[in-house]
Design a protein around this ligand. Sequence first.
Ligand code: AMP
Ligand code: ZN
Length: 135
Amino acid sequence: MCIFCKIAKGEIPCYKIYEDNDFLAFLDLSQATKGHTLIIPKKHYDNIFSLDEKIDIMLPVVTVAKALKKSLKIDNINMINNNGPLAGQTINHFHIHLIPRYDNDKVSLNFGENSFTAEELKSLSETIAKEINSK
Ligand code: AMP
Ligand code: ZN
């Protein structure tokens, strides 16, 4: 059983923030900033590719984000979800990070830069849309 499944079942302790039948939110042990929180479905999904698209994880995410805003008096948050090792996923149980942002914190998110022509963007959008529309 993975470590987040064990946390969901109460077999490993966590600093719990929110719980309902389907979801759990708890402090990330390595606080990128004060209040850094993870939200997980209690059921195991490796990552976004195996996630049931009908699960409504935005309910706990928004609930926790609003609680962080009020309790920590912050107005800025990054919502991050890593899928796969190239994307930085280290725990293979789907989770969303909420990272409160503060003036001069040490968090660095760099998207890098790529330039595509309009023709390339058109072709790219069509390729992806075709996959969705073939379902
Ligand atoms: P990711 O790199 O997106 O897979 O994030 C995994 C996160 O889980 C990291 O930020 C870790 O600090 C965090 N983490 C690992 N073990 C625990 C734990 N037992 N309790 C809380 N957070 C944890
Ligand atoms: Zn799991």
